[in-house]
Design a protein around this ligand. Structure first.
Ligand code: FMN
Length: 149
């Protein structure tokens, strides 16, 4: 299994979540900043987890540019899930759901509900308990991967 966690970040919290998810998914999992992604980055990937901060109620510009490069059918056979980081606001918008929708539109099978992890302010840190929740979310994904293998 080659699992890849692609993330974007401004202040580091989303990278921290990406790294927790990669550690939980285990051997064969790598992390990659969306700024370093190339056409070849998705070659051979069969599990793809993607996440970024919510910026202005939607995914970051860098993440949206990456999602726009995904052609219909290009993720057929790939199992995928999406997450975001966000501030606890009454109206915070959404990135994870939009990423998940884009991955599905490219042909991926979505194996977990999109999940938002909370930061305590624009520049972080992550709110108490969020890395534990990221580990639990990734463990759920791992279990889904084993049952649907
Ligand atoms: C320009 C900008 C716009 C933002 N817009 C939102 C927003 O609409 N909703 C929200 O919940 N958080 C918003 N935030 C807060 C980010 O979600 C927060 O900075 C991010 O989760 C931190 O993750 P990072 O450390 O990986 O950058 C915004 C932050 C910035 C810098």
């Amino acid at each position: 299994m080659h699992a890849l966690v692609v993330y974007d970040t401004n202040y580091g919290s989303t990278r921290t979540i990406a790294e927790v998810i990669a550690t939980e998914l285990g051997q064969g999992t790598t992390t990659l900043s969306v700024t370093d992604i190339t056409e070849a980055s998705l070659d051979g990937v069969d599990v793809l987890v993607v996440g970024c901060p919510i910026n202005g109620w939607k995914p970051t510009d860098r993440m949206r540019r990456f999602l726009h490069t995904l052609k219909p059918g290009s993720l057929t056979g790939v199992r995928a899930a999406a997450f975001d980081t966000r501030i606890k606001l009454f109206i915070h918008g959404d990135a994870a759901g939009k990423i998940s929708h884009a991955l599905h539109a490219a042909g991926a099978t979505i194996v977990a509900k999109p999940h938002g992890f909370v930061v305590d302010g624009t520049e972080g840190p992550l709110a108490a308990g969020e890395t534990g929740k990221a580990g639990a979310w990734a463990a759920f994904i791992g279990a889904e991967l084993r049952t649907s293998a």
